[in-house]
Write a protein that binds this ligand. Structure first.
Ligand SMILES: C[S@@+](CC[C@H](N)C(=O)[O-])C[C@H]1O[C@@H](n2cnc3c(N)ncnc32)[C@H](O)[C@@H]1O
Length: 440
């Protein structure tokens, strides 16, 4: 039996009513959701601005601190540092990064001054273009855990320990690094650098111009108008000669010298340096020159007052100083360095390329090239510069002492600019076997 027509119509009416109620509810829910999304977005943007404020607070030593608290923290040496920029460099990782900037002069980098530090970052660089080199003070941000020890084993000392402060080890309290880089140029807020030993992403805390007159004791001596020159007890012909720090020193570990200290001393006005230049090889001549040289060195140890008195005390004092300090050696204003830095027990390696590696490297094009079909360097100017950089890096033996002694036959991988490089080490040499575009 079919239901009565009126009850059907009733049902349709009820259903229509329910549908419209549901529609209204859906509309309400939608409105509520829209409201929630709007509120969420608002919350997000206020969180974001709080974050920006926090960064500002970092910069300003936190606004929550009073000026006197900030002053106190500064006096205690507990300031909060703010990176002035981050290095973009041709070294992506620590492996294969030169241990010092001089190892690889073509290693390039750039540093953009953060707009959060100065409103007009480029203003902070005005005048810096007049300098050829700058000091970069940075954080060894990839040290991993901040652990450090009082004694370390520099790779160039091949396992021997020395105090951390007599080395350039990255693992030190405060993890601060110091590099002297060549300033190639400045464009706006960006410095273009070369000769760096810093990996990409490194936070830079400060930069300063390199001023040889202030920063290099050797160069101060170069200045003929220097105070030293004016007050020197020497006559012009007795003035110590300036020695280029890149040259081999005249004296290394003589019997009167502590064996671990190598003095970079003036050659002196003796014939010694003269005939060395003229290439005399006669043994007696050489001995005479050595004697003469020693005499000159003694002369340098004497103050004018000393010269007048020839007491036994004077002689013994002089000898003591020769073995314990540079003061009486006549080099008091000259720099001295640890012997192992100049003549490390680890020797430099020959670097060679397999024919295949050479071919692969030649595929790369300069950072300025418009060729899109070939792998392109980001910093280097072409394969020649890359060869020089690779030779610099490998000849200094970039392996840790552990790798050098325990994993001699393992392949060594490193990245230079946009190239992944594979090499191996043999007795006295390193051979590059593969150069591939970096895997991104
Ligand atoms: C021996 S340190 C010397 C650095 C600087 N010239 C100095 O004397 O303070 C250079 C080495 O530090 C490592 N290095 C460079 N940048 C780094 C960073 N941001 N974090 C950790 N290690 C870094 C690389 O392995 C590089 O070979």
């Amino acid at each position: 039996m079919s239901p009565p027509v009126c009850s059907c119509a009733e049902q349709v009416r009820k259903l229509t009513q329910q549908a419209s109620v549901m529609r209204r509810e859906i509309k309400n829910l939608r409105q509520q959701m829209d409201g929630a999304i709007r509120a969420h977005k608002k919350q997000m943007s206020s969180l974001q601005s709080m974050l920006t404020d926090c960064k500002h607070e970092d910069k300003l030593q936190s606004v929550s601190k009073s000026p006197s608290e900030i002053k106190q923290l500064l006096e205690q040496g507990r300031i909060q540092t703010v990176p002035i920029g981050y290095i973009s460099s041709c070294f992506a990782v620590k492996n294969g990064t030169p241990r010092q900037p001089t190892i690889c002069s073509s290693s390039r980098a750039s540093l953009k001054i953060e707009p959060s530090v100065f409103n007009n970052p480029e203003h902070s660089l005005v005048g810096l273009e007049q300098y050829s080199h700058i000091w970069i003070i940075f954080l060894f941000h990839k040290n991993g855990q901040m652990n450090y020890k009082a004694k370390v084993k520099p790779p160039r000392l091949n396992g021997q320990r020395v105090g951390v402060y007599s080395t350039r080890s990255p693992h030190r309290p405060n993890a601060l690094g110091l590099t002297l880089a060549k300033l190639e140029g400045i464009t706006g807020d960006t410095l273009h650098l070369s000769g760096i030993d810093i990996i990409a992403g490194t936070p830079v805390l400060d930069i300063k111009p390199y001023i040889p007159d202030y920063d290099s004791p050797k160069t101060r001596r170069d200045d003929t108008n220097s105070e030293y020159r004016q007050t020197s007890p020497f006559t012009d012909s007795q003035m110590p000669q300036v020695m280029d720090l890149d040259e081999e020193p005249n004296i290394s570990g003589t019997s009167s010298e502590p064996s671990s200290v190598l003095r970079v001393c003036p050659a002196g006005p003796s014939d010694f340096s003269q005939s060395e230049r003229s290439g005399s090889s006669d043994v007696t001549d050489v001995l005479a020159e050595v004697k003469n040289y020693v005499k000159q060195q003694q002369l340098f140890t004497e103050s004018p007052k000393d010269k007048q008195t020839d007491s036994p005390e004077r002689n013994s004092l002089s000898t003591n100083h020769l073995s314990s300090s540079s003061l009486k050696f006549g080099c008091e204003d000259y720099s001295t360095i640890a012997a192992w830095v100049r003549a490390p027990p680890v020797s430099n390696l020959d670097v060679r390329f397999t024919a295949n590696a050479e071919k692969e490297l030649k595929e790369f094009v300069s950072c300025n090239s418009t060729d899109r079909t070939k792998p392109k360097f980001q910093f280097l100017k072409g394969p020649e510069e890359a060869v020089a950089a690779i030779k610099g890096i490998l000849s200094a033996d970039p392996r840790s002492v552990y790798r050098r002694t325990r994993c001699q036959d393992r392949l060594f991988f490193f990245t230079l600019d946009t190239a992944d490089i594979t090499c191996w080490f043999g007795d006295g040499f390193a051979e590059v076997v593969r150069v591939k575009p970096m895997q991104s």
